[in-house]
Write a protein that binds this ligand. Structure first.
Ligand SMILES: *Cc1c(COP(=O)(O)O)cnc(C)c1O
Length: 418
């Protein structure tokens, strides 16, 4: 069945076909983008129209009728995103959570989702507090990055698997290809979803590893400048694509044309940013793993990390570079020392979120994962001395010097009160 997608696979998609087999950055710069038709402007125009003229009642002038159902700026972005994931159908949403909710709407009352246990805090909240309570979908949480746990947790009721790799904030990595093999062997109809936010399509391409749907919070690496909230869904399956497009239109979780323009612009430099972020994060992880005030570093790029070999198998670049920008550390100290370390930072900004050009530091237990109950946090090792670092593109020496001084001064007397 050919999907009735926001009818975007028209001239623009055909125009973009010539880049299909070209390199990542070429696709990022050109796919979905073509000179503006009236004047030849080389950047994609921002079309703010909410409605489009019709030539006769019910006969739209062009491809679009109403802005919630589709818009030319958004179409350009969708073709660009699909090209980066080497997928057929992309849908863009007003946030990562809106994308997640549209995917969950593929399910029916009573269906069961098997989800990685330390899934992003907002995803967990949506699953447990909204989807389970109001939509009647069941969720089972388990450490499914381990094949033996995955095998045990699969049941006849499982309709969807929710992978997040690396997971957040402990950075557990799933061997995606192996997981897909096991799930398909058990039941080929289970829908496999991968939240690829932490890796971006530059580092990992989940569709090529066999998943059905890739979801990303575009707010992070894709946008990359902490100025756009957006969500992405890509699939090769026309039936799922059509249903997701339908949900998108019905629920109305659409991004503004201006945000689409910002995202188009950001994606053109995604590979440059990711290359720098990958190498910076590697150096941050190496530096911190030998620092006297740091107990432990989780970063799959380190050869000593238990997920190093697994993550190498996931990476798009076969030479094994591209472990991403997220580094999670455990400080040698208590919660006060940890907070003092964080307030000591001058170059790293104390903030939630991740994936931008500026380096950020986050305290999961107090900030991003405060909605996860204490007991669960303990099981998942989201401890009070844990800090999640999102490495940016700054000059590496400045980043390391800043971490060093903040760690060396965290034991001083004027500590934050608790
Ligand atoms: C941020 C994030 C989300 C949610 O995306 P929003 O754009 O904030 O709605 C989902 N998954 C992961 C891994 C995230 O980091």
């Amino acid at each position: 069945m050919e999907p009735k997608l926001d009818p975007n696979h028209d001239a623009n998609a055909i125009f973009s076909k010539k880049y299909e087999n070209m390199g990542f950055t070429t696709r990022a710069v050109h796919s979905g983008q073509q000179p503006e038709r009236l004047h030849g402007g080389v950047t994609t125009a921002i079309d703010m129209s909410t409605t489009f003229a019709q030539t006769f009642p019910g006969v739209p002038f062009g491809k679009y009728d109403y802005g919630r159902a589709g818009n030319p700026t958004k179409t350009s972005l969708e073709i660009q995103i699909a090209a980066l994931h080497e997928g057929k159908y992309a849908q863009i949403f007003s946030s990562g959570m809106a994308a997640t909710s549209a995917i969950i709407h593929l399910l029916n009352i009573g269906d069961e989702v098997l989800c990685i246990d330390d899934v992003y805090g907002g995803t967990q909240r949506y699953f447990k507090q909204v989807s389970m309570v109001n939509q009647g979908v069941n969720f089972v949480f388990a450490g499914i990055e381990k094949p033996e746990n995955l095998r045990k947790a699969l049941s006849k009721k499982t309709k969807m698997i929710w992978i997040e790799s690396p997971s957040n904030p402990t950075l557990k990595v799933t061997d995606i290809k192996e997981a897909v093999k096991m799930i398909r062997g058990y039941n080929k109809d289970i829908i496999i979803v991968s939240d690829n936010t932490f890796m971006s399509p530059f580092n990992v391409n989940p569709l090529s590893l066999g998943v059905d749907i890739v979801m990303e919070s575009g707010t992070k690496y894709l946008g990359g400048h902490s100025d756009v909230i957006m969500g992405v869904v890509v699939t090769n399956c026309p039936v799922k694509a059509e249903r997701i497009y339908y949900m998108h239109k019905c629920i109305g979780s659409i991004p503004s044309p201006f945000d689409c323009f910002l995202m188009i612009r950001s994606l053109k430099t995604l590979s440059l940013r990711m290359e720098k972020i990958n190498t910076n994060a590697m150096q941050v992880a190496e530096f911190l793993s030998s620092h006297r005030h740091v107990e432990r570093v989780n970063y799959a790029g380190l050869k000593t990390d238990k997920f190093h070999e697994v993550q190498k198998r996931n990476l798009r670049n076969a030479s094994g570079v591209g472990f991403g920008g997220m580094v999670t550390i455990y400080i040698k100290g208590d919660v006060k020392d940890t907070c003092k370390f964080m307030t000591n930072l001058k170059v790293w900004t104390l903030a939630e979120s991740l994936g931008a050009v500026e380096s950020l530091a986050n305290h999961p237990a107090i900030m991003t994962h405060a909605s996860v109950d204490k007991e669960t946090r303990k099981v998942l090792q989201i401890d009070d001395n844990m800090v999640r670092l999102s490495t940016g593109i700054e000059y590496i020496k400045d980043l390391l010097d800043d971490l060093d001084q903040a760690l060396n001064n965290m034991k001083s007397t004027d500590k934050p009160k608790f």
